[in-house]
Design a protein around this ligand. Structure first.
Ligand code: ADP
Length: 404
């Protein structure tokens, strides 16, 4: 068996999955939440058997990882016969790789330094990603670590898609360009979609909508990202849980000049208080906004309208960028679980060749069904719901790299 530990280290949580990469099976998985708080919680399951414990020691990421190591060592003689010594590698999700990383890499000190250099580009994500890497280095120094970047898949974008219309030399000197994110997910679901479409994959034109708390949309031609909605940072593009997405850059100038707001205040406003939370005045959780809208809350209805309209506009733009469209994919929390959003976005796209099947759209997505087609047979453009699996993608990449 070939076991890879996949780590997704966030600011206050650490998600882990133990994969048997050959069989593509999850052997164990867990989530340490509330890191840094009084009583962090570690929920995990081994072989599908759920367990949960409050772990008083996890005051930081290393403490949290210590809990994970304890669970893995507990598998000695069983699933992991030699305990952590049997780990083939550790795969980390790292959000921003800028220009430095166009593919997954084995982690060494130089790689860590480059990940640190990217902190200003993804201040919410890269620092906790690196904390997870450092913690693994301390607690499991003998296990090779691999970084898999959310930006790497989009490095195939042509200049016309990634350049901002800023002075060319200035933008180059400061690496100011669009990078795109959620690449691991966009790559995973676009590959699944391409397999489903069949025929020659080099001609496939697919738009993938990753709609989680963060949300982005990507135009994929022949398996390569040719455009995506997130930019230099994960703030650009679609309306998200708490992020505003596309915004006239002049708004930032106005907030500073006319309202005297500091950079930190503007950052908080745009990254943490906007999006669905800001528009609805209720919540960043799509379920709560949908429930309120159905109950007649006008602000919630408007928030949903803005969210869906922005997404529909992007699909139209990307159909133009791809010279036509074969499939639209919905994935991540909202994409997989909200028939209401899928309906609101796809129903008006009849002119593009999208014919939604209302009954199939209502069918819940589960990880047991890796792909659900929700258009009627014969629809010129297929709409697919594909549960994303970023962890499996990371495990595959980590195994591939360390095997070599
Ligand atoms: P993250 O970006 O944090 O990984 P997820 O992919 O888990 O996010 O998606 C989180 C979002 O999915 C939340 O806004 C949540 O409300 C939404 N979501 C989850 N289940 C449903 C559902 N049944 N209907 C609508 N939205 C849902």
């Amino acid at each position: 068996m070939n076991c890879v530990l996949v780590i997704n280290s966030g600011s206050s949580s650490l998600k882990w999955n133990l994969y048997d990469v050959e069989g593509e099976q999850i052997l164990a998985k867990g989530l340490v939440e509330r890191i840094g708080e009084q009583a962090p919680l570690h929920k995990y399951s081994v072989n599908g058997q759920a367990a949960s414990e409050t772990v008083p020691a996890a005051k930081d990421h290393e403490g949290a990882l210590g809990q994970v190591v304890a669970v893995l060592e507990g598998l000695k003689g069983g699933l992991l016969p030699g305990g952590i010594a049997d780990l083939h590698s550790i795969g980390h999700r790292v959000v921003h790789g800028a220009l430095a990383f166009t593919q997954p890499v084995l982690i060494d000190e130089a790689v860590k330094a480059k990940i640190r250099e990217c902190f200003p580009l993804a201040p919410l994500h890269n620092p906790p990603n690196l904390m997870g890497i450092e913690a693994c280095g301390h607690l499991m120094p003998a296990v090779p670590q691999v970084a898999v970047f959310d930006t790497a898949f989009h490095q195939t974008m042509p200049e016309r898609a990634y350049l901002y219309a800023l002075p060319h030399g200035f933008a180059q000197d400061h690496q100011l360009r669009r990078y795109g994110f959620h690449g691991i997910s966009h790559q995973f679901v676009s590959e699944q979609a391409s397999r489903h479409l069949g025929g020659d994959p080099t001609g496939h034109r697919v738009v993938t909508c990753h709609l989680g708390n963060g949300a982005s949309i990507t135009a994929v031609k022949g398996g390569r990202s040719v455009d995506t909605s997130m930019g230099l940072t994960p703030l650009e593009g679609l309306v998200m849980g708490t992020r505003c997405g596309d915004l006239d850059a002049g708004v930032v100038l106005h907030l500073a000049r006319a309202l005297g707001m500091t950079i930190e205040q503007v950052d908080t406003l745009l990254n943490r208080k906007s999006g669905m939370l800001g528009l609805s005045g209720l919540s960043n959780d799509m379920r709560e906004v949908e429930d309120a809208a159905v109950a007649g809350n006008l602000q919630a209805k408007l928030a949903l309208e803005v969210y869906c309209y922005r997404l529909r506009k992007y699909i139209g733009a990307y159909a133009a960028a791809l010279d036509g469209l074969d499939a639209i994919v919905f994935t991540a929390g909202v994409g997989e679980h909200s028939p209401l959003v899928r309906e609101a976005v796809c129903r008006p796209l009849g002119w593009l060749g999208v014919e939604l099947d209302a009954t199939r759209n209502e069918a819940p997505a589960t990880h047991k069904s890796p792909l659900t087609e929700i258009t009627v047979p014969g629809s010129r453009v297929k709409v697919l719901v594909i549960p994303t699996n970023e962890e499996l993608m990371i495990a595959r990449e980590a195994a591939k790299l360390t095997r070599g």
